[in-house]
Write a protein that binds this ligand. Structure first.
Ligand SMILES: NC(=O)C1=CN([C@@H]2O[C@H](COP(=O)(O)OP(=O)(O)OC[C@H]3O[C@@H](n4cnc5c(N)ncnc54)[C@H](OP(=O)(O)O)[C@@H]3O)[C@@H](O)[C@H]2O)C=CC1
Ligand SMILES: Cc1cn([C@H]2C[C@H](O)[C@@H](COP(=O)(O)OP(=O)(O)O[C@H]3O[C@@H](C)C(=O)[C@@H](O)[C@H]3O)O2)c(=O)[nH]c1=O
Length: 275
C-alpha cells in the first residue's frame, strides 16, 4: 500500500486517483510531519510499503519571514518521514523543487548539478532532500512551476487578475518549465513502477519565462489581457528566485520510460478540464 502524505494539497489531490486501491491519503488533520511522534504513530499503524511526501510549506515569500516553520516542515519533517519509513522498511518518495538551484547554469539542470538555493524555501527543500536520504530506500523527484485544479498557483492567479484588469505586468527574466500536477503525478507513478531510486527531474517539456506563460494562459483562455514585461529587480519580491531553472528530464525518460508532454499542450488540457 502507498501512503500519500499531504494528500489534500495540489499535487496530492491529483496523485490519489492514479494510485486507485493501492493508495491511502493523509493530510494535516491526520498527521503533522513536524512531530516525529505523529509520523511514527501513523506509519506504524498504516504500515505502507511506500510513503510519498507531498506535504510542504510552499509559500515562497512567506518562508522568508517564517524561516523556522519552513525548516521545520520542509526540512525536519522530511527527516521524520525518512526515519519512520526506514524503521518499517518502506520506500520514501520526496517531492523537491527547482528552487534548490541558483539559476546561474544557463543550460538545463541535471540531477547531479550542485544545488545552491537563493531563498529560505529553497534552503528548506534542500534540507528535505538531505534528510530524505536518511532512508537509503528513497526517491527524490524535483519539479517546478506547478499548477493544478486543487491549489493556489500562477495559472489561477493570472485568470483571476485577468478577469479584474485589462493589463498585467509579469517578469520576463525568469525562465523555467510550467508543469501540470497531473503530468507530474504520472511521472512519480512511472518512476515507482520501474523501482527507480535516487534523484530525478520531472517537468513538462520545453521552457518559457513567466511572462511568456502569462501570455499563453490568456491566449489559450481566449482572454484579451495585455501582458507587459518587468524585471525581477523591479518586482522586488521578498524571496530571491533563480533566473534560469529549467530541469533536464532525460533521466526520467530513460529510466522511468515517461516523457511529460510539452508545457503548452498541458496548459491547454488543464484549461479544458477546468471548464
Ligand atoms: N507548487 C509548486 O509550484 C511546486 C511545488 N513543489 C513541491 O511539490 C510538493 C507538492 O506541492 P503542492 O501540491 O503545491 O503543495 P500544497 O501547498 O498545495 O500542499 C501541501 C499540503 O501539505 C500540507 N501540510 C503543510 N504542513 C504540513 C505538516 N506539518 N504536516 C502535514 N501536512 C502538512 C498542507 O496543508 P495546509 O494547506 O493545511 O497547510 C497541504 O495540504 C511540495 O513538496 C512542494 O515543495 C515543487 C516545485 C513547484
Ligand atoms: C502574480 C504575479 C507574479 N509575478 C511573478 C512573481 C514570480 O517571480 C513569478 C511567479 O510567481 P508565483 O508567486 O506564482 O510563483 P512562485 O511562488 O515563485 O512559484 C514557485 O513555487 C514554489 C513552491 C516552487 O517550488 C517553484 O518551482 C515555483 O513554482 O511571477 C509577476 O511578475 N506578476 C504578477 O502579477
Amino acid at each position: 500500500m502507498i501512503l500519500v502524505v499531504g494528500a489534500n494539497g495540489m499535487l496530492g489531490r491529483d496523485l490519489m486517483p492514479l494510485l486507485g486501491d493501492r493508495g491511502r491519503g493523509v493530510d494535516i488533520d491526520g498527521i503533522d510531519i513536524t512531530s516525529l511522534e505523529s509520523v511514527e504513530r501513523v506509519l506504524t499503524a498504516v504500515r505502507p510499503s511506500v510513503v510519498i511526501n507531498c506535504a510542504a510549506y510552499t509559500d515562497v515569500d512567506g518562508c522568508e519571514s517564517n524561516q523556522e516553520t519552513a525548516m521545520r516542515v520542509n526540512g525536519e519533517g522530511v527527516g521524520h518521514l525518512a526515519m519512520a519509513s526506514r524503521t518499517i522498511g518502506a520506500r520514501l518518495v520526496q517531492i523537491s523543487s527547482d528552487y534548490v538551484f541558483d539559476g546561474s547554469k544557463g543550460t538545463p539542470y541535471l540531477e547531479d548539478d550542485a544545488p545552491n538555493p537563493l531563498s529560505v524555501y529553497g534552503e528548506s527543500k534542500l534540507a528535505g532532500e538531505m534528510n530524505a536520504a536518511v532512508n537509503p530506500d528513497h526517491l527524490i523527484v524535483r519539479t517546478q512551476w506547478l499548477y493544478g485544479l486543487h491549489g493556489k498557483n500562477f495559472v489561477e492567479t493570472m485568470l483571476r487578475l485577468g478577469s479584474e484588469r485589462d493589463e498585467l505586468s509579469v517578469v520576463d527574466d525568469q525562465v523555467g518549465s510550467p508543469t501540470w500536477t497531473v503530468d507530474l503525478a504520472h511521472a512519480v507513478v512511472a518512476l515507482l513502477e520501474k523501482g527507480c531510486r535516487g534523484v530525478y527531474h520531472a517537468a513538462n517539456e520545453g521552457y518559457c519565462s513567466w511572462n511568456d506563460f502569462a501570455r499563453a494562459i490568456f491566449q489559450e483562455a481566449g482572454m484579451a489581457v495585455t501582458v507587459t514585461a518587468m524585471t525581477t529587480e523591479q518586482l522586488n519580491r521578498p524571496a530571491r528566485r533563480p533566473l534560469y531553472s529549467t530541469l533536464d528530464c532525460g533521466k526520467l525518460a530513460r529510466d522511468g520510460g515517461y516523457r511529460p508532454q510539452p508545457w503548452r499542450d498541458a496548459l491547454r488540457s488543464y484549461l479544458n478540464l477546468r471548464k
